[in-house]
Design a protein around this ligand. Structure first.
Ligand SMILES: Cc1ncc(C[n+]2csc(CCOP(=O)(O)OP(=O)(O)O)c2C)c(N)n1
Ligand code: SF4
Length: 296
C-alpha cells in the first residue's frame, strides 16, 4: 500500500515562497496518488519551467523536468513508449496557455490519456510577475506598469471546444476538492485538464486566497450534470470576465468537474501499441532500403 511517506524525498524540500498555492496542489497530488494506491514507480510527473515546474523534484515518483512550454510532447512520447504508466503533466498558465499552447490544443484533440494539472496564478511567477494569458484585463504590476489591454484566455471553454474529455477547475486553497478532482482525472481514460486556481502570494496581490474563497462555487454540489456539454460551456464562460468590471465582487467562479465524456483515447487508436506497450515488444530489424529507393 502506498503511503505519503513513500512519496517523500530526503535530500531537499520545496523552495516556494511561504504561503504559495503550489504547496496545496503538491499535497493534493500526493494524497491523490496515495488514495488511488498508485505504485510510485509507475507514475511519471512531467513539467516545464516555472515555479510550478519544480514540483516533480519533490515527489518520489519518476519525473522529467524539460523545457518551458514543452511537457506535453514529452508526456505523449512517454505514453507512446509505455502506456501502462500514469503520466501527469504539471504546468503553469504561462507554460501551458502561452508557449505550450499549440501542444495543448492537439493533445486535447487527440484525447491523449494524460492528466494536465495547470497551476493558474494568472501571472508568470518564476520570472517575477509579468502578465500571462490568464491575467485579467486592466491589471498592472511592476513588470506591466500600463494596464493590460488583452482580455484573458478562457482555458476551460477552450478545452471543451478543443475536444478535452475531462475539464475541471480546482483551487489550491481547497485540498479536499483538489485531491478529489485529481483522483477523478487520473482515473479518466483520455485527456483530463484541471485548471487550478493558485494564489501567487508574492506577485499577484489581486487573486488572493480570500478573493477566491468569496467567489468559488462548487458546481457538482449544485447538481451540475458534467455530461451536458452546452451547460458545461455556459459555466465555463462565466469566468474569467472578458472586460474590466466595476462590480466584480458579484462574480462567481465555478469549480469542480464541468465537463466529462467517454471517447476513444489516442493510445487505443494506435494499432502498433494495441496489444502491448512498445517497451515490451521485441525489436525487429527492418530493412528500409527498398522504401528509400522508391522515394528517392
Ligand atoms: C523557452 C523559454 N522561454 C521562456 C523562458 C523564461 N521563463 C521561465 S519561467 C517563465 C514563466 C513561468 O510562468 P508560468 O508558466 O505561469 O509558471 P509559474 O512560474 O507561474 O508557476 C518564463 C517566461 C524559458 N525559461 N524558456
Ligand atoms: S513567486 Fe509566486 S508562484 Fe512562485 S513560489 Fe513564490 S508565491 Fe509561488
Amino acid at each position: 500500500m502506498t503511503t505519503l511517506k513513500d512519496l517523500e524525498i530526503n535530500y531537499d524540500s520545496p523552495n516556494w515562497c511561504p504561503g504559495c498555492g503550489d504547496f496545496g496542489i503538491w499535497l493534493s497530488l500526493k494524497k491523490a496518488i496515495v488514495e488511488l494506491d498508485l505504485n510510485p514507480s509507475k507514475v511519471v510527473l512531467v513539467s516545464g519551467i516555472g515555479c510550478s515546474g519544480k514540483l516533480p523534484y519533490w515527489v518520489k515518483t519518476y519525473g522529467f523536468n524539460g523545457l518551458h512550454g514543452r511537457p506535453i510532447p514529452v508526456a505523449e512520447g512517454i505514453r507512446l513508449a509505455n502506456h501502462e504508466l500514469t503520466v501527469i503533466v504539471i504546468g503553469g498558465d504561462g507554460d501551458q496557455y502561452a508557449e505550450g499552447g499549440n501542444h495543448l490544443l492537439h493533445a486535447m484533440r487527440r484525447n491523449v490519456n494524460i492528466t494536465l494539472l495547470v497551476h493558474n496564478n494568472q501571472i508568470y511567477g518564476l520570472t517575477t510577475g509579468q502578465y500571462s494569458p490568464t491575467t485579467d484585463i486592466g491589471e498592472k504590476n511592476k513588470a506591466t506598469p500600463i494596464p493590460t489591454v488583452e482580455p484573458p484566455l478562457n482555458p476551460l471553454s477552450l478545452a471543451i471546444s478543443a475536444g478535452a474529455t475531462f475539464v475541471a477547475r480546482g483551487f489550491a486553497g481547497d485540498t479536499i476538492l483538489e485531491t478529489n478532482l485529481l483522483k477523478e482525472a487520473i482515473k479518466h481514460k483520455g485527456f483530463a485538464i484541471i485548471d487550478s486556481l493558485q494564489p501567487c502570494v508574492t506577485f499577484n496581490q489581486k487573486n488572493t486566497y480570500s478573493w477566491f474563497y468569496e467567489r468559488i462555487i462548487n458546481v457538482n454540489e449544485k447538481g451540475h450534470d458534467p455530461t451536458d456539454k452546452m451547460k458545461a460551456f455556459a459555466l465555463s464562460e462565466q469566468w474569467p470576465l472578458k472586460k474590466a468590471s466595476q462590480d466584480d465582487e458579484k462574480e462567481q467562479i465555478p469549480v469542480g468537474i464541468l465537463y466529462k465524456e467517454q471517447r476513444l483515447s489516442w493510445e487505443e487508436g494506435i494499432p502498433q501499441i494495441a496489444k502491448m506497450p512498445l517497451v515490451k515488444q521485441l525489436r525487429q530489424e527492418v530493412d528500409i532500403n527498398s522504401l528509400l529507393d522508391e522515394l528517392l
